[in-house]
Design a binder for this molecule. Sequence first.
Ligand code: NAD
Length: 491
Amino acid sequence: MTADTASSNTTHLQHYIGGKEVPASDGGRFDLLSPATEKLIATSAKGTADDVDAAVKAARAQFDGGEWRRLNGSQRGQLIYRLAELIARDADLIADMDAGCIGRVPIEPRLLDLPNAIETYRTSAGWADKIEGRTIPTPGYMGMPTLSYTQRVPVGVVGAITPWNTPFMITAWKVGPLLAAGCTVVIKPSEETPHSALHLARLCKEAGFPDGVVNVVTGYGAVVGKALCTHPGVDKITFTGSPEVGAEIQRVAGPLFKRISLELGGKSPQIVFEDASLEAAAQGCAMGVFFNQGQVCAAGTRVLVQRSVAEKFAGMLAAAAKSIKVGDPTQDGVQMGPVAKKGQFERVNRYIRQGIEEGATLLAGGESEHVKGWFVQPTIFADAHNGMSIARDEIFGPVATVIPFDTEEDALRIANDSRYGLAATIWTSNLPRAHRIAQGVQAGAVGVNCWAPIDARLPWGGMKTSGIGRECGAAGIDAYTEEKVITVLLA
Ligand code: NAD
């Protein structure tokens, strides 16, 4: 790491603005603690509105007339591809940065987040010289012939605000496409996970991006995030996080007419029919619940099971939960680390208490006691109904709620009775049924016999409270462009 290091060997992270690592304007810092040991991992610059202003000015200068603005799509694509190769070189290092901050077992980001992020940058590199307009035939202008065509032009300076759960991958879903489109960016990583965004900025410099194209301001949402959302030099906010903060961003940035994309939370159903391969479904469902300690927007924590197999299936899920080895994520054989922070620990335990009070049957796990590190037990509730808080709210922890259903209609009614609509999984061996349910379920992404498949080429985003807009794929490029029409009189 290039950050300066104090004699105690603690890493002191700084902002990355205009190609340089700089401290906060008032010298402020905050501590980053390991959720597994509660020991200090690093300190980070505590950003101010002045820091945001400096970063936006750097991004603005490149967008409005800097070297970046003069590059064509092919040249931008070459830079992005080079960046992807550098990320591939440092993949394990980056995976470990993210894992260490939130107490995740490092193999998870190594196997999923980093390969996905690398593919996202490679795919974005390919898009950079293929952003096309249209020619649109019209009857002409006052009897005279015209040619009308459109161009997709970059939206401008983007403020990218990201969460802590899979930070590098989610940052890639924003930064890859926005660079392909020709935008510049100020990234505001979660206060829990600034490391990997700063490393990305350093790799951009190494790849040859002009200084100021990619900037990072670390710090808290209420200061740095808010300053980005209200800065007159920012054209678009792309946000991934909770619906509550998403609503606040719309309240603050909406009246300023900034373009806004929101990737928000979920309470995704996994629908298990009696004709499914129950072994495969139990394994897949468990992954959908416990991956990353359940701290996944698409976590399939509402497990709807056809009544004839509900008791058996709940037992299988409970057995899977009990078999998970929880502990220090850096130790061999450990499959699940702590949740990311004290607030998460308290939140998960509160919901577990509510589930019991509301009358659901606890089959595995339960409330956890705090000793050292924010460890919670993988938890399965059965005999639940969709009105319980454990079925309605995003817990963002390793807790699943098994709800029985009788018919396909019943399954769809329960699945859609949610304020969220991010993802859904259907477990069945009946192909027409799989399509019927997939078409009826209100979700941005549906997996049939596989949980929440994500890919750089597939659009990702939610319906209802799960968000506005799509990331990745062609839609992910459109999100960073505006369509402009040009009409030429041919007479
Ligand atoms: P969060 O909403 O608390 O924070 C997200 C980011 O917003 C952080 O960087 C935070 O500092 C910033 N922020 C906080 N207040 C702000 C404000 N007033 N103005 C501007 N920015 C502000 O979310 P989190 O706890 O980091 O992440 C968990 C949430 O993210 C969950 O709801 C989860 O479902 C969601 N998520 C969604 C997706 C998706 O693709 N849909 C992916 C991952 C996580």
